[in-house]
Design a protein around this ligand. Sequence first.
Ligand SMILES: Nc1ncnc2c1ncn2[C@@H]1O[C@H](COP(=O)(O)OP(=O)(O)OP(=O)(O)O)[C@@H](O)[C@H]1O
Length: 613
Amino acid sequence: MTLPHPAADRTFQVDLRGLVDLLSHHLYSSPRVYLRELMQNAVDALTARHTLEPDAPTGAFGVRLYADGAVVRVEDDGVGLTEADVHSFLATIGRSSKRADRIAEQRGDFIGQFGIGLLSCFLVADEIHVLSRSARTPDAPAVEWRGRGDGSYSVRTLPASARPRPGTTVTLTPRADAGEWTRPAQVHALARHFGSLLRHPLTFDDGTAGPGAPGTSVNPEPAPWARTYPTPGARSRALAAYGEEVFGFTPLDTVELDLPAVGLKGIACVLPETVPAGRRHGHRVHVKGMLLSEQAEEILPDWAFFVRCVVDAESLRPTASREALYEDDTLAAVRDALAEKLRAWIARAAASDPDLLHRFLQAHHLAVKSLAVHDDEILRMLLPWLPFETTDGHTTLDEFARTHRTVLVTSSVEEFRQVAAIASAAGLGVVNGGYTYDRELVHRLPEIRPEATVADLDPATLTAHLDPVDRETELAAAAYLAQARDALAVFDCDVALRTFQPASAPALLVDSREARHERTRSQLAREQEGGLWGDILGALRQEAPRAQLILNQLNPLVRTAVAIDEPELARTSAEALYGQAAMLSRRPLRPAESSLINRSFLDLLAHALRKDS
Ligand SMILES: Nc1ncnc2c1ncn2[C@@H]1O[C@H](COP(=O)(O)OP(=O)(O)OP(=O)(O)O)[C@@H](O)[C@H]1O
């Protein structure tokens, strides 16, 4: 009997071209990231070297970029690689020295960790050439590695003289189709873009100044928040100018951000103009100086869409694409802490800079209102200063509550339009609660101004301020009112006669939203007469609040109208008064109302012309 052969263990094969294709189409946003990855490896190598030689002065080790159109070279004075390191880290995809156990505790010191960044060089070149010398084993020879896009690589050692000092030089010979990303001017621009805040010396050389030339500094100055300034004013002007340079707008104010616990520094620029709701701007996030993302949204909560930030953090963790941040506890803590800073800025403006607060609210009151609804602290600080539409015009709640002991609030814009003139003539203070958040916010005023009373404005409150007419006038108008009721019965509208100010207003249509809603139901009930649904809706109809057309006895036109003895003309005038009052409310008219307005206008015109002829 023959035993089956045991299954042989095999090793996965990697199709490097397929992998690079995957990275370029799905991980990286543009081939330009190759330079960021190389700079980042160089920076990580410098970090490791400083750990190895803690006494070396800052700035002792640097990074030099070179691009002359034929090659792109990134040279660093970092920790370097031994031959074993080269096999282990450069030639093994997915393996990173920055994740090895012995330095696990230092993981946070490095930007890279996945062991794939180097592959991004294949986006612009077919071969990566690395020449390195380890600072850990100074006697080791220099080592040369050539990695090719087809997945093959070669390693050889060279005499120490090939690279007299520790460090690593990566050289790429760009493919013809990658010229856009590798020409000298572009490399210089990308170096500034990604590396302007790096803390190690970084230079660029395009080869024109000849061999050995020192190159131009890419980051000659520390980050603007890390510099010293003669006065606080000079500091804030410099930070604002930096914000303007980065974002292209003059910030309304610049908020300095500093969270020592996570090694984060930066600025938040307050946008000078309203941001359309729903539009979210990203923030610029640097990690250890290296620009990671220009569109990071995760570092601030949604409500903070009135600022754009530039931050540089020590301990945020980039994802493999580097263009986003890991949603971890540190990020959550950073988000909370930054939100706190913005709250503190708002509080300071509210307490001590009324002009700034005013300009801020002018641009962002909608954002602040949406924020105040869910945030008690913002509510407490800012509610008194927020602008509302009121019967005294556009004013702050604080101001309004000072002149009106009871603040009345409508539940719709139309209601406000209907009653504003009459309510203010009657001395009532009404706020338009029809806009998003407004009614809810006004109702919370007593939480911070306990002496203020807030109530919903219902039609009854207003009608209570309309004075009844005397019996005699009522009687004299009875016939007219009956005709008017009859004419307007189709709209479920009652008609009454009162006196109220202003005398110029002939009529008021009290027609709350609920009343209209009820009427739609009762109309439905009429249409569905007989069925169960009809019965239910019919029962509801019993309690349906009716609209009320209140004629103003003080108005000269109304006085003439109630004395009309021609029945047709009386009906038409009632319809015209209803139509005018409905139009004044600026609510959308129903088709029946539009045709009523049309008809009554033509009837009145015909009547006037007849009279004249
Ligand atoms: N300039 C350099 N100096 C020293 N070692 C380097 C350098 N560049 C690359 N290496 C070594 O090669 C390894 C792989 O680099 P690679 O950029 O692919 O990944 P990584 O930086 O570890 O992680 P990530 O994929 O997150 O960038 C690194 O972990 C490091 O050990």
